[in-house]
Ligand binder design. Structure first.
Ligand code: PMP
Ligand code: GLN
Length: 381
């Protein structure tokens, strides 16, 4: 049977391609972003407990009320913004789904969405599958900051959304207060909705304050803000996240959500509602992961790669144009096959592959893993 493809230009995601190649060649996987260390044992025990206590049936379609209540308390403590847990938060099966649902809720055929590249690889297909048009703007190389003048120039009456992501995947760039001011000026007096991907909310380094949209009630009124428990609690395989918006926009969001997955994993929500009371678990995350970044940085000094500093996320990018002309995909594949280390070529985060000769490395790994990986790179030629 023939299917008329809705995504004719799309192949298999680079994360799956590189992880499969890593398995095939028994390589150390610094490609796909996931920790190789154990998540918290207490949280595992709480899930087990919840299952034994019988929390195994459908939970409320918007998410376990107690979990949403505690999330609202957390938001108020962290960002001094009061949100209504009943009307403004929906628990989702992961951050990717939270983003897809926001785009599907809003977009009509022909709408334009401003996307900054390099972009997390689900954004553009998610826009296109809704019949809308991604308007691509390259972040300034090499600091990957937003060229706001270009944004202003590209906004028009068809612009429906602007997508932001801080801390940023794949570069680890973070937005500052001035970025928020620029964004506010651009959206003022328009119908533009902001989609803010904040899955790395707590993975921010160097004492930088995360510029969450949740700090700015005037912007939250026109935003969908997406999170992932997988990143916060080192359990990416749980695929659980949530979205926060205004009550009015969330009402529409839930219409889409209820006929897609309807509701998410119950025992994990019960466990998270309890575990989230442990503030240290998320407040200490930045320094915990920063230590890994710093450790990795030191190791990488012994290789020919040139650092592009990351201030957040699981990732740090390195350029290699000073020692090789190879395109980044070819190099990433060669490193996996010949040197036993998998990375992600950053050109994969552009619709029209832009090759600045940069590879992304995931440093959310055990020190031993990072040592093993970098030792392989020392022989690079
Ligand atoms: N956004 C970004 C920027 C990501 O890196 C990821 C990957 N973890 C997600 C969204 C999706 O998170 P999840 O695994 O919860 O779907
Ligand atoms: N967010 C992770 C990354 O960027 C993995 C996501 C995925 O595999 N789809 O590597």
């Amino acid at each position: 049977m023939q299917i008329h493809s809705k995504l004719p230009e799309v192949g298999t995601t680079i994360f799956t391609v590189m992880s499969s190649l890593a398995v095939e060649h028994n390589a150390v996987n610094l490609g796909q972003g996931f920790p190789d260390f154990m998540m918290n044992e207490d949280l595992i025990a709480l899930v087990n407990d919840a299952m034994k206590k019988g929390f195994n049936q459908y939970v409320h379609m918007n998410g376990l009320p107690l979990l949403r209540e505690r999330l609202a308390e957390k938001v108020e403590k962290l960002y001094q913004t009061k949100i209504n847990y009943d009307t403004q938060i929906t628990v989702t099966p992961g951050g990717t789904y939270a983003i897809f649902t926001a785009l599907t809720t809003v977009l009509q055929p022909g709408d334009e969405v401003i996307v900054f590249e390099p972009a997390y690889d689900s954004y553009i297909p998610n826009i296109e599958i809704n019949g809308a048009k991604p308007v691509l703007i390259s972040l300034k190389y090499p600091d990957y900051s937003i060229p706001w003048e270009e944004v202003k120039a590209k906004v028009n009456e068809r612009t429906r959304m602007i997508m932001i992501n801080s801390p940023h995947n794949p570069t680890g760039a973070v937005l500052n207060e001035n970025d928020i001011i620029q964004l506010r000026n651009i959206v003022a007096d328009t119908n533009i909705i902001i989609l803010s991907d904040e899955v790395y909310e707590h993975l921010i380094f160097d004492d930088i304050q995360h510029q969450s949209i949740l700090r700015y009630p005037d912007l939250l009124e026109r935003s969908f803000v997406c999170f992932s428990f997988g990143k916060t609690y080192h359990c990416t395989g749980w695929k659980l996240g949530y979205c926060i918006s205004s009550a009015e926009m969330m009402k529409e969001y839930r219409k889409v959500h209820q006929f897609n997955c309807f509701t998410c994993d119950t025992p994990k929500q019960v466990a998270l509602a309890e575990y989230i009371k442990n503030k240290e678990a998320y407040l200490s995350l930045g320094s915990f992961i920063q230590k890994k970044r710093d450790f990795f940085r030191e190791l990488m000094k012994t290789t020919p790669f040139k650092l592009i500093p990351s201030h957040g996320s699981y990732f740090e990018c390195y350029s290699y144009s000073h020692f090789s002309n190879e395109d980044d995909k070819t190099l990433a594949i060669r490193l996996t096959k010949e040197y036993g280390i998998a990375t992600i070529p950053v050109s994969a985060f552009y619709k029209h592959a832009t090759d600045n000769k940069v590879l992304r490395f995931c440093f959310a790994k055990k020190e031993g893993t990072l040592e093993k990986a970098v030792a392989k790179l020392k022989h690079l030629h």
